[in-house]
Design a protein around this ligand. Structure first.
Ligand SMILES: N[C@@H](CCC(=O)N[C@@H](CS)C(=O)NCC(=O)O)C(=O)O
Length: 201
């Protein structure tokens, strides 16, 4: 059984979306988290080392960090169209985009948004290089890996939905968000998040 440690309208919402894409059997353990506005609190019922979300429990194993959870789940469902299993010609590109999201896109974007790049030319350059690269790729092709969506797109588009300022104003990025989120599983995940914790029909 898969158990998602989840707080609605947070980074774990993207994993609800992915689980819906996979058609997985899963349960949700709702937890409270510290929110940006000062509300919420860490939850003793959350096994994440920093009491953050997402985290996933599977057969006694704990998986945390969005990119690791995404890779774990798509590897667990090798026939799903969103993963690129070992041996697939795009496996390397898939893993690279997952790691690039976690190691470069999100940290440089958050540094940029918080103003931390203003007096840090190396960070500012990395952020600008990242934006140029992502926009160049999405100008040439529909998705990060070409013409077929992957869970790397789910990761990036969910972040952009949450915080559009991660990338600069661009019609290419706006179109990308529209295309990637135009999916029934995305709508189902939004519906799940729109209900009070745990009270589902
Ligand atoms: N790099 C982590 C970030 C996780 C994260 O910051 N989650 C937020 C929710 S969007 C959280 O749990 N915040 C509560 C806290 O930091 O205490 C990931 O992507 O999994």
């Amino acid at each position: 059984m898969l158990t998602l440690i989840h707080a609605p309208l947070s980074r774990s919402s993207r994993i609800v979306w992915l689980l819906e894409e996979l058609g997985a059997e899963y349960e949700i353990r709702y937890v409270s988290i510290r929110r940006w506005d000062g509300s919420g609190a860490p939850d003793d019922n959350n096994p994440h080392p920093h009491k953050q979300v997402p985290a996933l429990l599977h057969n006694g194993a704990l998986i945390w960090e969005s990119a690791a959870v995404v890779q774990y789940l798509t590897d667990l469902y090798p026939d799903c169209s969103l993963g690129r299993p070992p041996g697939h010609k795009d496996r390397g590109a898939y893993l690279s985009w997952l790691a690039y999201y976690a190691g470069v896109i999100e940290p440089t974007a958050l540094a940029h948004i918080s103003g931390a790049t203003i007096n840090n030319p190396a960070q500012a350059r990395l952020y600008n290089d990242m934006c140029a690269h992502v926009i160049d790729v999405l100008t040439r092709q529909t998705y990060l890996l070409g013409e077929t969506m992957s869970a790397a797109d789910l990761l990036l588009a969910s972040a952009l939905q949450w915080m559009r300022k991660i990338l600069p104003e661009s019609t290419v990025v706006d179109r990308y968000i529209r295309v990637v989120t135009d999916r029934a599983a995305y709508d189902r995940a939004r519906e799940i998040d729109s209900k009070p914790n745990g009270f589902h029909d």
